[in-house]
Design a protein around this ligand. Sequence first.
Ligand SMILES: [Fe+2]
Length: 303
Amino acid sequence: MFTLAHLSDPHLAPLPTPGPAELANKRILGYLNWQRSRKAIHVRSVLDAIVEDMLGKSPDHIAVGGDLTNLALPREFLNALAWLNSLGGPERVSVVPGNHDAYLHAEWKFAAGLWDTYMRSHAGRNQKRTASTDGFPYVRHFGRVSLIGLNTGIPTPPFFASGRLGGGQLELLGKILADLGEKKHFRIVLIHHPPLPGLAPWRKALRGARALQELLAARGAELVLYGHNHTQAINILSGAAGPVPVIGVPSASSSRGGADHLARYNLFAIRHDGNRWRCKMTGRGLRNAGGPVTQLEQRRITG
Ligand SMILES: [Fe+2]
């Protein structure tokens, strides 16, 4: 049995106060939006309660789906690194960047590159990364369970939050899925943006989602996990070799909204019974705004 916790979009609070020079760009709009509404939604005590509950379940691995930051301020990346460390070391935690983590053009090593050890392939320890797409997809193996991390975060114009699988990631993903599929691994794809067309409004959508959907359907994957929409959702993609479950999770710090939007994480119990893979999902989070973290649902995903 292997257990994986998936949480996403913590949008870590409190937001460090930006200096005037840091706001002389697209960030000014994001900062006003944070002050006007988002800081009331993304509450640190809610995130801390989610994390405490999740760590109490002792998952074998934790997958973080991006948007750790809000305005991609240099101090936010450092705060996010400290937060990742509080979840566990790089051997226990994996992360992929989100669009907020690529809010503006920035030097990789001072931005999401600070989390580099949490985004390393098990077979590529010495690989040098200088650009945001270097080293993606990364692949991590836990016995015959494999986690494949993608980077869809790109800087966008104001009022856009779209993503893109740059740097030849789609082609590489196809090869990785084919290789691990032949080896009968349980393949988990971790991505920030919804990977299928129609799951996000066009201003926020993944460019090339149709090509990714076609690739997932053709090559197969046992589990695809995403964030970005801040909504719980399950879609089953019909694949050539069987169904591909595609599962979105709300923001782990969300203090507002209905049942599908309040803070939550999903815990996946994965096992091979000698014949086939079996996967069960347990959702835990807030049932009501201001309420405690509790079990929300339990369902069989495969097997
Ligand atoms: Fe987000």
